[in-house]
Design a protein around this ligand. Structure first.
Ligand SMILES: *[C@@H]1O[C@H](CO)[C@@H](O)[C@H](O)[C@H]1NC(C)=O
Length: 238
């Protein structure tokens, strides 16, 4: 039996080793300023009030408590005033810089993370389409935790039917087939809500070829969700 004092030491030891909290580094490698959005899952604390701005090559470390889960996405073409009021051209959450629980409007590429369940699960999802490259890179010395995501700009080769253009005719985002056509077949809903019925399509295969470690349709290969334990994570945009 440990004494009460030793239990205190154990607890303190674990605390200073950092296992009670983990660090997410958000890094902007894009050549433009972006505003990452962060949406915690039900009941979890909203990190950074759900949003921040990152200039090119800027990064920020955020601390998340043990057991946290939620998603990260990038917003581009944002115009916010000093109060954080305004909108973004892609990934907008509808309430300004600080999303405070609101999600991003599709199309947006998203990183999803659930910590300590009992290991950490993470993936990058293109189910809601693609707006900018995003990857999850574990800070992992052992080299066993995979990096997932997409560092290719899928907008450049987006299938014609999925393209959304900006005012100057430039391609701003690439919809997923589900957001573009909203049919049970592409969204894996209704009678297609079944892995045997809902199969890859030419659209999901386009995403998969360019970014093999991402989720490209609802019943995509479960190996697109990977695990790690006791790690901090770099969330990289572009
Ligand atoms: C951010 O967190 C990472 C991972 O824990 C660490 O390696 C890095 O030194 C931190 N950067 C700063 C500026 O604190």
């Amino acid at each position: 039996m440990y004494t009460a004092l030793f239990q205190e030491i154990l607890h303190f030891g674990i605390f200073i080793a950092g296992v009670d909290a983990i660090v997410f580094t958000l890094q902007n490698r894009c050549d433009k300023t972006i505003c990452p959005g962060i949406q915690a899952s039900g009941g979890q604390p909203q990190l950074m009030e759900g949003g921040l701005e990152l200039k090119p090559l800027q990064s920020r470390n955020l601390t998340a408590p043990k057991g946290w889960s939620g998603r990260f996405w990038g917003r581009s073409g944002c115009k916010f005033n000093v109060y954080g009021e305004g909108t973004c051209a892609t990934g907008d959450c509808g309430i300004g810089l600080y999303c405070n629980g609101a999600g991003g409007e599709p199309p947006a590429s998203e990183a999803e993370i659930t910590l300590d369940s009992p290991v950490d699960f993470y993936d990058v999802s293109l189910l809601d389409g693609f707006n900018m490259p995003i990857s999850v890179v574990p800070y992992d010395d052992s080299g066993v935790c995979p990096t997932v995501g997409c560092d290719t700009d899928l907008n450049q080769h987006c299938p014609t039917n999925l393209i959304v253009r900006g005012d100057r005719g430039e391609i701003v985002v690439c919809k997923s087939a589900c957001t573009a056509f909203q049919t049970p077949e592409y969204c894996c809903t209704g009678q297609f809500q079944n892995p045997n019925r809902c199969k890859p399509t030419k659209y999901s295969q386009y995403f998969k070829r360019a970014c093999p470690s991402t989720f490209t349709y609802a019943f995509d290969d479960p190996s697109s969700t990977v695990t790690c334990r006791d790690s901090d994570y770099l969330i990289m945009f572009c």
